[in-house]
Design a protein around this ligand. Structure first.
Ligand SMILES: C=C(O[C@H]1C=CC=C(C(=O)O)[C@@H]1O)C(=O)O
Ligand SMILES: [Mg+2]
Length: 459
């Protein structure tokens, strides 16, 4: 049966069942398509203003979406319970593959300011069309929010028009590196030293055990840079990471390639992890192993990591009745850096919802600090830029499952600017110069795939 016929029959049938029980819901039609389509490449060839991309760390699935069947967006601070209730309002067992993708900004108490205004306080959407790839194959999926009052003919016409606008003609991908010039850091290197030293006085006084300070680095893009193109260059070099892209209007996209999962939940099972403690990758096998040995035995890095585990353990013990935490950290080797990694899992208490989990888990001491509230106060007083959606919970929500990652190793493309974010855990034996170097290593996943003439401005 041709795709048009399938869509017509599908809409007519679904509207008939809706009329019977008169509830609104999101319905989904999936059709198998050519296996060779690369979802990110397909996305780069679409004219749609709204674009969404998600690639799972373990290659379980990849999704490139255009448009929105339902968009939940607000500039106002919202209660997480209200938000998650709204996100599940139109989801149903019959279409359990429907997912909302989106995120909640780092700080609930800050009004979104430059450069984040267009992302609001939170945004979630179900893409209208998806190219979806999993172990079973590659599909084109259509998601529709149907109300019993919808006119079938109008819905069909609109959907077929949107389908006709999808471009399946995929030319060979260009592989030039985007070019960057002029670099400005907030804070610059000297201000960073001051911030770290200020943090160290709080640590010395025992007000804090750890604070994660961050930096925003703004580059000017020479010519232009397509978000999907930059992300695909990063993806080719990256292992063990989730890739995401959210574009809500034509000239702004938030992209990233992060190793860190905030949590994954299926019914009452939850998995989370601590990733903290960092060394670069070595140029040779020998140097790389020396860095790894150093990382695994450094008291400073182990303590930086253990404080994240301590925070997770405290939170999980209030959410779960059974908690498993890995004894000793493992090594997580990414392309540019290596980290200490510990896996945690648990069984959630009855009635614990995603809203409770996010409220209590975010921000972990891997991006906030310990104790949390004191660390957040210091961050707010020292950082002169808005974290926006950097280091925030970004993820997907389905009927009985959800997954959120921590959006580190990320950047915002806004017209001719590429704005990168990086942070580093500061504890009592941190050295400001070494922590600056760590920030440099963390943005290298972007910098290794662009050509960049800009030097660091110290003053
Ligand atoms: C805050 C970031 O990294 C966190 C995650 C892993 C290692 C970290 C560290 O060693 O400092 C940070 O806690 C970032 O990349 O922006
Ligand atoms: Mg560190």
């Amino acid at each position: 049966m041709c795709l048009h016929r399938k869509i017509i029959d599908f809409i007519v049938d679904e509207l008939k069942t809706l009329a019977e029980n008169s509830q609104s819901k999101i319905v989904r039609l999936e059709v198998s398509i050519d296996h060779d389509i690369e979802p990110l490449h397909w996305l780069s060839q679409q004219k749609s203003i709204i674009k969404t991309y998600w690639s799972d760390r373990h290659d379980r699935f990849e999704m490139a979406g255009i448009g929105s069947a339902d968009l939940v967006f607000s500039r106002e601070k919202a209660s997480s319970h209200v938000l998650f209730k709204r996100l599940r309002k139109f989801l149903s067992c019959k279409y359990s593959c429907v997912r909302y993708y989106g995120g909640i900004c780092f700080s609930q108490n800050q009004i979104a300011s430059y450069p984040w205004q267009d992302f609001g306080n939170h945004f979630f959407l179900v893409p209208k069309f998806e190219v979806f790839k999993d172990q079973a194959g590659t599909y084109l999926a259509l998601n529709l929010l149907l109300h019993h009052s919808d006119n079938a003919n109008k819905k069909i016409q609109q959907t077929l028009q949107e389908l006709a606008a999808i471009n399946f003609n995929l030319p060979h991908q260009q592989c030039e590196k985007p070019q960057l010039s002029k670099r400005v850091d907030f804070p610059n290197q000297l201000q960073w030293y001051n911030n770290v030293n200020k943090g160290l006085t709080y640590l010395d006084q025992g007000i804090l055990e750890k604070v994660v300070l961050a930096r925003q680095t703004e580059f000017t893009i020479v010519d232009s840079c397509q978000p999907e193109h930059l992300l695909s260059l990063i993806q080719k070099e990256q292992n063990c990471s989730f890739q995401f892209c959210f574009q809500l209007d034509r000239d702004k996209a938030f992209i990233g390639s992060t190793p860190e999962r905030l949590y994954w939940r299926q019914s009452s099972q939850i998995q989370t992890e601590a990733i903290a403690g960092t060394r670069p990758r070595g140029a040779s096998y020998q140097e790389d192993n020396n860095f790894a040995k150093e990382l695994l035995s450094s008291p400073k890095e182990i303590r930086e990591h253990k404080l994240v585990l301590k925070g997770l353990q405290e939170t999980l013990s209030t959410l779960c009745h059974q908690v498993n935490i890995a004894e000793d950290p493992n090594l997580l080797r990414l392309n540019q850096v290596q980290h200490l990694y510990s896996h945690c899992s648990g069984i959630l208490n009855p009635e614990i919802s995603d809203a409770d989990i996010i409220n209590q888990l975010h921000p972990t001491p891997a991006v906030g600090g310990y104790p949390r509230q004191k660390a957040l106060e210091l961050i707010a007083s020292l950082e002169t830029f808005s974290r926006g959606f950097y280091a925030s919970p970004i993820g997907w929500v389905a009927l009985d499952s959800a997954e959120f990652l921590v959006s580190i190793r990320s950047g915002l493309i806004q017209r001719n600017k590429l704005i990168l974010f990086a942070g580093a855990g500061i504890i009592s034996d941190s050295q400001p110069e070494a922590e600056w170097e760590e920030l440099e290593n963390k943005i290298r996943n972007f910098l290794q795939v662009v050509s960049c003439q800009a030097s660091v401005d110290i003053i």
